[in-house]
Design a protein around this ligand. Structure first.
Ligand code: FAD
Length: 306
């Protein structure tokens, strides 16, 4: 991933996209459509999240491997410690390595079904992501990223502790972090300042901001669920205003406003020197492509490293 973070041939900042494991054959077809569309835009990398549940997990490992083998996309596999022994975690990393995947986003994960439910470590598993970073690094030549939280992890009340734990994951061998999605760029900038202040060496590692273009009022709820935080009042206000006062939400206007909000955030992040823009796509290419088009990205220049 690190090698992909330099400017693109036209000088633009790289971008990357996040996919979710498909649940069924139709979902799998949709994922492939999105992957092929993004392939033409030359993302720095694509990442595939890792969910709870046995059959989904098997499908995740298979589909992530196929993405890595059958596309030109540099594929980053997320890995979580939920309900896994260390032996199982090692064997999943081995399965990814067999597909040529060398980049992992190492996470602890949340208790199934409830982001803020009680965390129970697997009896033969790990307690924190930091331990899993060490395990993966000990397994060989893997490039590891971790999660960072612009407003602090939803479970933690103290931003200084939160920063310390992030620095510990970086010291354990993570090369970069990807943030939890946010809707106020100041939160990202403050996180970056906190990490540099806590440890200038680790603080120099890239912090990749995660964006999600909101395309309907329903996606607001999804965004709040995923980020574990309410959206800022001024963002909600803009979307509500676009929705109008009629009995039905003006969907086209909400979508246009959501794309505009993501575009403005991306512009500010680029101006502030963000190393890459990471987009949550929910396996649809359209909204992210529109934001990229607003930013002047086209499918024309193939980065030298693609
Ligand atoms: P950790 O770094 O282990 O932190 C967990 C909690 O423990 C935090 O509150 C932290 O402050 C605290 N902590 C850490 N170290 C210590 C310590 N030494 N002592 C005391 N407390 C400590 N979830 C999925 O299930 N699948 C995914 O694919 C996925 N992808 C994600 C991608 C990104 C970019 C992000 C930001 C999150 C993702 N998540 C995913 C969610 C993530 O798994 C949860 O937010 C999880 O609760 C925290 O994971 P972590 O890796 O940050 O855990």
């Amino acid at each position: 991933v690190l090698q992909q973070l330099g400017p693109r041939p036209d000088g633009s900042v790289p971008f990357s996209v996040e996919f979710n494991p498909p649940r069924d054959a139709a979902g799998e077809a949709r994922l492939w459509r999105a992957a092929r569309e993004f392939e033409r835009l030359h993302p720095a990398f694509v990442s595939m999240t890792y969910g709870a549940g046995g059959s989904t997990r098997d499908r995740t490992i298979r589909v992530t491997g196929e993405l890595a083998r059958e596309t030109t996309l540099l594929t980053v596999a997320h890995l979580t410690a939920v309900d896994h022994s260390v032996a199982e975690l090692r064997s999943i990393v081995g399965a990814y390595a067999d597909s040529g995947i060398r980049n992992l986003l190492v996470l602890r994960g949340d208790p199934p079904g409830d982001v803020l439910g009680e965390w129970l470590k697997h009896p033969e598993g790990v307690e924190y992501a930091e331990e899993l970073v060490r395990i993966v690094r000990d397994l060989g030549d893997f490039h590891v990223g971790v999660a960072s939280f612009p407003q602090g992890h939803p479970r933690s009340t103290d931003l200084d502790d939160d920063t310390r734990y992030l620095v510990a994951k970086l010291r354990a061998g993570a090369e970069y972090s990807i943030t939890q999605m946010f809707f106020d760029v100041d939160h990202y900038l403050r996180l970056r300042d906190r990490v540099i202040a806590a440890d200038p060496i680790e603080g120099a590692k890239p912090i990749i901001p995660e964006l999600m273009p909101v395309t309907s009022l329903r996606t607001v709820e999804r965004a709040e669920e995923l980020s574990g935080r309410p959206l800022p009042a001024k963002v909600i206000e803009r979307l509500r205003k676009a929705a109008g006062t009629g009995p039905e939400e003006d969907r086209a206007a909400v979508r246009a406003e959501g794309i505009q909000i993501a575009t403005e955030m991306a512009q500010r992040l680029i101006a502030e020197g963000a190393p890459c823009l990471h987009f949550i796509t929910l396996n649809f290419a359209k909204a992210t492509s529109e934001v990229l088009a607003n930013l002047g990205y086209s499918n024309a220049p193939a980065p030298a490293h693609a």
